[in-house]
Write a protein that binds this ligand. Structure first.
Ligand code: BV8
Length: 229
């Protein structure tokens, strides 16, 4: 069975990484327009760099939770028949052992050089304007997809959605596109669809099945079911 899993901030919530829209979420600390758009970065690069430096530090202190571990177990069993598409910019899937992970909105651990286009591991806090290890220019920005920017690897994602048997969305509010539309694409190509979330989302009505509960409980239970345990 071929499965595509889309994860959002909710899968990392129990690891202590704040979500965007729940009470106390990140956006509430900052207006989106002030930190997650190219215009914000052009207007006030220092504030945006500091925002992402702070999130990078916070994310590095977080540990994968049983939901991340369960998806890594599922990949051990399914191999290339499982693809994780994550909207998250943390490394928790990788640290749990998953390797087939597409970061469609970028990664905190990566920096993008605006001078030479290189993507490099973040050499130091970007607020300190470190030199690009490839070209030496002080032109590094967070390798993050901001609002209004093109998400990464959409072709690969569309191919996977068109050929999967099951599409599962975990811990995402369905508020941001094009990710929120993936359930429609999967359905159009005949896949079954399942939503695992702490509460209903904006797109819950589009799923064949919705299971409500914390990811650390509902994701391992679902993986055990798939693995016939
Ligand atoms: C694009 C990186 C063109 C930054 C992010 C009007 C209509 C439709 C679309 C638009 C529109 N106006 C503008 C747009 C486009 C825009 C958009 O969708 N805006 C929204 C606000 C309306 N989209 C874009 O600009 C995108 N680019 O459109 O380019 C294009 C389009 C198609 C094809 C080609 C070109 C780029 C968007 C990317 C923005 N960057 N992240 C950063 O991280 O700082 S978005 C960010 O928020 C996340 O990456 C994620 O994608 C998004 C949503 O967050 P979630 O992950 O869902 O988290 P959230 O807090 O919202 O929800 C948490 C969920 O977890 C909840 O459901 C909760 O119940 C659940 N939960 C909580 N605890 C638990 C739990 N579940 C389980 N267990 C728990 N314990």
């Amino acid at each position: 069975m071929r499965i595509v899993v889309l994860t959002g901030a909710g899968i990392s919530a129990e690891s202590g990484v704040p979500t965007f829209r729940d009470a106390g979420g990140l956006w509430e600390g900052h207006r989106v327009e002030d930190v997650a758009t190219p215009e914000a970065f052009a207007r006030d690069p220092r504030t945006v760099q500091r925002f992402y430096d702070a999130r990078r530090h916070a994310a590095s202190l977080a540990e994968p939770n049983p939901a991340h571990d369960a998806l890594a177990r599922l990949e051990d069993a399914l191999g290339d028949d499982l693809l994780i598409v994550t909207q998250n910019v943390d490394e928790l899937h990788e640290r749990a052992g998953s390797s087939r992970v597409v970061h469609m909105h970028g990664r905190l651990a990566s920096a993008l050089c605006q001078a030479c286009g290189a993507r490099v591991p973040v050499p130091a806090d970007l607020a300190g304007d470190p030199a690009c290890p490839v070209c030496g220019e002080r032109a590094l920005r967070p390798d993050i997809v901001w609002f209004g920017e093109m998400p990464y690897e959409l072709d690969r994602i569309d191919l996977a959605l068109a050929s999967c048997d099951l599409f599962v969305a975990i811990g995402t509010s369905g508020a941001v596109y094009p990710a929120a539309g993936f359930v429609r694409t999967a359905t159009e190509f005949g896949a079954s669809t399942l939503e695992l979330n702490l509460a209903g989302s904006e797109v819950s009505p589009l799923f064949d099945e919705v299971r409500v509960g914390p990811a650390s409980v509902v994701v391992p239970a679902w993986v055990d079911e798939v693995l016939g345990r």
